[in-house]
Structures are given as C-alpha cells and as structure tokens.
Design a protein around this ligand. Structure first.
Ligand code: BDR
Ligand code: CA
Length: 314
C-alpha cells in the first residue's frame, strides 16, 4: 500500500482526515507531524496524538514542528471555526496518548522516515506549509523520496480567510510559495473549490455517528464547526476539506486533476496569500510552475469512500 505521512493542525476536518488514514488498511501511515494553524502548536500536537490513540495507532510516531510562520507575521488562528481546543470544545472526550511525543522535531522525523523508506512516500500537508517548506529548504536530497505531495490548500476562484486567500496558505504564504515552486516534486493541490463540492450534510454526518464509536466521536467534534458551516453553506452540514485531500492521497485518482501553473501572492497587499492558478490555454509568462489542481470528482463516490472507511474502523 501507499506509504503516507500527514502534516497537520487538528482541527475538526484534520481529525476526519487522520482517522481516515489511521483506519485504512491499504495505506501505511509512517508518521504524523504537527504544525501551528487552527489552534496553537501545543494543542494541535496533543490533538494529533490523542486522535491516533483513539484509532489504536500507537505505532505511529508524532513529532511537533513549527509554532509560527517562516517570516513576518504572528501565527494566525481559526479557533473561531474549530473551537479553542480545535475540536469544537470536545477534545476532552479523547483518550490520553500513551505513546510519547517524539523528542526530535517534525523536520527531523520527516527526514528519517523518508530516508528509511524503501519506496517513495506520499506527504499530505493539511495545515500551513511551514514544516514542508523547512524540510525542502534544509534537506533537498529527500525530494527523490517523495512520491507526491497532496496538499489541502488554496482556491481557484475564492478564499475563506480573505476574499482570495485560503487559510492554510494565508497562515504562511511564504512557505506555501516555496513548496509550490518545488519543480522536482509532483504536487496535487486540493483547493477550496473542490472541497466545497464535496460538502456533506446532516444526514451524512448522522450516518457517520451511527457507524460505530469512532464515527460517534468524530461527529461530536463537528458541533461548533458545523455552526460555522451552516452559515457558510446555508444548510446543516460541513466541508471536510482535509479528508478530501487525504482520500486522494490514499486512493490516487479519486479526484480529477488538471495541470496549471500556480504560485502564491506574498505581497503585503489585499491579495496576500492568494493562489494564482493560471487557467489560460496558453499560459505565456506564467508566474508559477505546473501543479496538478484537483478540479472535480465523483462526489457521491468520495463521500461513500470516507463513510465506509470510517465505519469499518470500529
Ligand atoms: C483548511 O483550513 C483549516 O481551518 C482546515 O483544517 C483546513 O485544513 C481549510 O481552509
Ligand atoms: Ca487543517
């Protein structure tokens, strides 16, 4: 099966994504690295460890990474969306983690997992790209060990943190620009436009809750998040952004992609953090390098894939 490392900032949709990978028997989850993002690093790290405990995956090492962006700004948060504990105030329902946090940091764990792997590894960044930018900058030799980067981030025609900027890019635009400029590493970008196509409603969440103890716990994490998305979507439901990207990482080809030059605006102006996706037929003077942008999918199949995996977990 696919060898996978998830870099994450849990986060309600990160929790769905981690659980999806953790219970999938056809993927080898080598490790999880954490980053600041939805909530501060200490909280994302605790959540990641405890989510793996919930899934009985104490074999998976967790290492903590960046607590702030590469340059400029203080860390941004999305605690208004995910709750101050990152899990809609429900993190307390998770078991304590028995496996100790790695003493080494996220970049060190990434390097050692990649170097030790006997075949190229898929990396799924589902938070700000700070750790991945640091990895590629400091250890260019590991690029040949990366099969693909499948990241949740950006938007083609929209943002969420600002009119044009998606949260994972907005939280560290310089890091995102650095990662997207890495021509030697195949990259799939799963943007907001696609994750919103795959939004799930209250009936789907009820099926998750009825599927077993894992599903029940995950569904409970949606409470505050769901209140936010009720306003965004206009109906009872959520967008499970990160789980869509991890589904593609587990099952390559689940999403249909098209190759477009992409870069990130790192100016201080109103377009800061925007992913510029060049959809011209002839992208003359393109500002970015070609990235496989997820554009559509069989939405029902994607939803069934996630539901059936989570249901099989417990
Ligand atoms: C992304 O931002 C975070 O709030 C979510 O976890 C997801 O990774 C969506 O824009
Ligand atoms: Ca996330």
């Amino acid at each position: 099966g696919t060898k996978l490392i998830i870099d994450t900032d849990p986060g309600v949709d990160d929790a769905f994504a981690i659980a999806l990978a953790a219970v999938s028997t056809d993927v080898e989850l080598l490790g999880v690295t954490t980053v600041f993002g939805n909530v501060p690093l200490a909280t994302t790290t605790a959540n990641a460890r405890r989510l793996l405990q919930l899934c009985d995956r104490t074999d998976v090492p967790v290492a903590a990474g960046a607590s702030r962006p590469l340059v400029y700004q203080a860390a941004r948060r999305a605690s208004g969306v995910h709750g101050s504990d990152g899990l809609s105030g429900q993190a307390g329902s998770l078991p304590e983690a028995t496996r100790p946090l790695e003493e080494r940091d996220a970049v060190s764990l990434l390097v050692s997992l990649l170097e030790a792997a006997d075949e190229p590894v898929t990396i799924a960044p589902i938070g700000p790209l700070t750790n991945i930018a640091a990895l590629l900058a400091a250890h260019p030799g590991v690029r040949s060990k990366i099969a693909r980067i499948v990241l949740m981030g950006g938007g083609v025609a929209r943002g969420n943190s600002t009119a044009v900027s998606e949260f994972n890019i907005w939280a560290d635009p310089e890091a995102a620009r650095r990662v997207l400029a890495e021509d030697d590493v195949p990259c799939v970008m799963v943007p907001l436009d696609l994750t919103h196509q795959c939004a799930v409603d209250g009936a789907w969440l009820a099926k998750v809750a009825a599927s077993g103890s894992l599903g029940r716990t995950l569904e409970a994490f949606t409470s505050e998040y769901r209140a936010h998305y009720r306003q965004v979507l206009g109906y009872d439901g959520i967008v499970m952004h990160d789980a869509v990207a991890v589904a593609e990482a587990i099952h390559p080809g689940l999403l249909r992609t098209e190759s477009f030059p992409v870069t990130v605006d790192t100016s201080a102006g109103p377009a800061r953090g925007m992913t510029l996706v060049d959809r011209r037929a002839v992208p003359v003077e393109a500002a970015g390098r070609p990235v496989d942008v997820a554009v559509d999918t069989d939405v029902d199949k994607l939803r069934d894939f996630v539901l059936s995996r989570l249901a099989g977990g417990r």
